[in-house]
Structure formats: C-alpha cells, structure tokens
Design a protein around this ligand. Structure first.
Ligand code: GLN
Length: 421
C-alpha cells in the first residue's frame, strides 16, 4: 500500500491550476520576471515526513516569510519583554509596507509588517546588516537540512528601488526605535528577504515550529517553546496583514506570506505547510496559494479551531505486572498537557487505597509540558500519602524529576522489564 497523501496533494494543485487571478509583484523589478505558472505545495508532519507536489524543487526568494524567523532570533536572544519594548503585537489592519507607528508607543505595531520586521532584523545579534542576514540564513539552513543561499539578483534589484523601506528605516531611526545606521539595517533586512527556498525547505522549517521548536530530524531544540508560541501567535493575528481576519476564519493556520508568492503555515502539534505561486492579490498574498491553503484547511480539517481532543486516549491500558496483583501499570500514550494529566489523575483516583505499587509507563509519551509535570508530581505525592509506591518507566528521560515537592524519591526505570516482581 502506498499512502494516498502525495496523490491528494497533487489533486489539490490540479484543482487550483486554472485560477489565473492576481498579478506578479512589480515593485521589486526582478520579481516581475517570475514565471507566473509555477505552482508547488509541500507538507511536513511533526515527525519529519515530507510530502510535496508540483514545482517542489523550484527556488524562490523567501521575502516576508523571513519575518517570523528574524523575530524568533530576536526573541531567543533578548527575551520577549525586551523585544516588546521595540515592537508590538497588535494587528495593524494596514498594508505590509505602511509607513506608520503605533500612536501611543511610537513603535511598530507588529513584527510582520515592514516597520516591525526592519526593527526585529536590527535585533538579530550581529554587527552589520550583512552578518545579521547571514545569521538568519544559517539558522534557516540548519532547519531546512541543507545550505540555503541568497538570490543576489533579487537582492540588488530590491536595493535599487528600496525608497519605501529606507523611508521606514529613517522614520524608525528618528524616533529611536533603530539605534544604528538605518541604511545598513534596511540593506540587511532586504538581504534576509532574498534567501532562496523551495516549498520543501519551508515545510521542513515550519515543522520545527509545529513541533514546539524541536527539529524532528535532529532532535535538537532550535527555539524555546515560549518563543515559538509568541511567533505563532503573531503569525495568526498579523501574518496575513490586512487580510488576517479573513484568513483566521477561512484557513485558521498561523501563516506568513511573501511577495515572491510563497505562503508558509504552521499548525501547532500537527503539520508545517508551504505553497508557492507567484501571482498576488491586492494584499500581496499569493492568489493560488490562498486557494490551496483554504482547500487543505477544509478538506483535511487543518484549522486551529478544530482542536483534536487527546485526553480520552492518554491511558492506553491498565494491567497487573505480577501474579499477586501488587503492581498496577498505567500505560500512557501521547502528550501530558493539562487535559491529559487531569484525565490520568482522575483515572488513578479510582485506585483502591490498598498499599500496592503503581507504575506510570511513559515509554510512549512524546512530550511532558510543565503543567503536566507539576500535576503528575502532585499526584505522586498524594499516592504516596495513600501508602502506594510509585514507579516511573521513562526510557527517554522526559519526566526530569528525581524527587517530588514533598521530597519523595521518584523511582525511574528504563523499561518495564527492569521493574522487580
Ligand atoms: N522584501 C519585501 C519588502 O520588504 C518583502 C515584502 C513581502 O514579502 N510582503 O517590501
């Protein structure tokens, strides 16, 4: 059996192929020469499986899809509070290149419009615009799993006509949001926009975000969970500029578009997606890209507001390890967030008070959130108070707790066979 997913993606592309609406971006001269017929789609699961269709090897410039990643680097380096002093998180309801500031704070409204993005570019920790763009290129390359490069033609072409972004830069320098030469910063920002990617690269990068900042291919933690959360929140509210509300209701995937024709989407805990088609609507978003994302969202239920309940399946099985029925094993699967841990503790609550051992088998747990850990530790203390012994099977060392809050030792085992009985 071959999975039908690639055929399904190809059929989504075929259905959108006839849509000829929109126009090529013309304010970056080089983009006006793009082939308007190019069409590509890629999807990556959070365990790193990538499906793609259409012109999936075709490289195009990342443009504004670089903005969430520059924001992520700034947040990771300076912390959320510091970055908030420079750039807000409110949807602007304005065009992406509006020359505007928030009237109260005198700072850019959000990091997805150009004024905010030029500011977050300046917060990437490196000395010059060129080095900051390079830092972002290296970061994206690591997540894409290959060395990305810059499109020098697109870069030079945008530089020549960068009047608007330069005026935004000067405005930001005037009010003190930018603290060094605005020309160097705007040039660095334009260079970051010229990083070349394919839809497969983007889907793979997006899957790191969908996976809470952990790269599914390497297991490496690329970003803190809180940073990922912050970036995705801003993507859902501001990523599609003045079409953000329409996007949230019809597609419901935190996303970011770029004027070369790409759209990147991250559905937390589920998938990373990327589409490409160069013709744009009046907001600067890919026309066919939007249609494809709408179909994916509708056909595959990929909408943020269609949360999938997982609490009911957290306890996969309950059994005795020994013939004397003294060791009861709770076999768990999935993630331990609030609702799953609540369900688990409610199930364990029904344990009779007899002094027997309770084993929590975490072998198939993929993630333990902070709240899950705290609730579990509290539950362990209460079980011990009821004269139970509690053992934890945790081959991947996810639980990361040696003692409970009351100082009880948490007994860890690498596998279920290691428990003496
Ligand atoms: N480089 C473009 C700009 O700054 C990116 C805009 C976009 O993709 N929306 O104007």
């Amino acid at each position: 059996m071959k999975t039908p997913v690639p055929d399904y993606l190809a059929s989504v592309l075929a259905r959108c192929d006839a849509n000829d609406g929109g126009a090529l971006a013309d304010y970056i001269p080089e983009l006006a020469h793009a082939d308007p017929n190019k069409l590509a789609l890629a999807l990556s699961t959070i365990d790193g499986e990538i499906y793609s269709a259409g012109d999936d090897q075709y490289e195009f410039s990342i443009q504004s899809m670089s903005k969430p990643f520059a924001y992520a680097l700034a947040l990771q380096h300076h912390g959320i509070e510091k970055v908030l002093e420079k750039v807000g998180v409110e949807p602007s309801g304005e065009a992406f290149n509006q020359i505007s500031l928030d009237s109260h704070s005198n700072t850019p409204k959000n990091p997805m419009i150009n004024s905010g993005a030029i500011t977050t570019h300046s917060l990437i920790p490196a000395e010059t615009g060129e080095l900051r763009a390079e830092k972002l290129r290296a970061f994206l390359s690591e997540m894409a799993g290959r060395e990305l490069s810059f499109d020098e033609e697109v870069y030079q072409s945008e530089l020549k006509t960068a009047y608007r972004n330069l005026s935004i830069g000067y405005m930001l320098r005037t009010v003190g949001v930018l603290e060094s030469d605005p020309v160097d910063i705007v040039e660095g920002y334009i260079r970051q926009c010229a990083i070349k990617v394919t839809v497969k690269d983007l889907a793979r990068i997006a899957s790191v975000f969908a996976n809470g900042g952990i790269d599914p291919h390497t297991g490496k933690c690329m970003l803190d969970r809180m940073v990922v959360r912050q970036v995705l929140s801003v993507m859902i509210s501001c990523g599609m500029y003045d079409a953000a509300g329409d996007w949230l209701t019809t597609v419901g995937i935190p996303a970011k578009s770029g004027v070369a024709g790409g759209i990147l989407g991250v559905l937390p805990g589920q998938v990373g997606v990327a589409v490409f088609s160069p013709k744009l609507d009046e907001h600067g978003n890919s026309v066919r890209g939007i249609e494809i994302m709408e179909r994916l969202s509708q056909d595959m239920g990929l909408h943020l507001m269609e949360g999938t309940p997982s609490a009911q399946t957290i306890v996969q099985g309950i059994y005795y390890l020994d013939e004397q029925k003294q060791i009861r094993v709770y076999e768990l699967r999935g993630v331990l967030q609030f609702t799953e841990t609540e369900m688990l503790l409610r199930t364990i609550q029904q344990e009779p008070d007899a002094p027997h051992s309770i084993v929590l088998d975490l072998s198939h747990i993929t993630l333990i959130h902070d709240v899950g850990r705290r609730m579990l530790l509290e539950g362990i203390d209460r079980l011990i108070d009821d004269a139970h012994e509690v053992l934890v099977v945790d081959p991947d060392g996810l639980f990361k707790a040696e003692t409970t809050d009351l100082g009880h030792e948490v007994k860890h085992y690498a596998n279920i066979q290691a428990i003496p009985h």
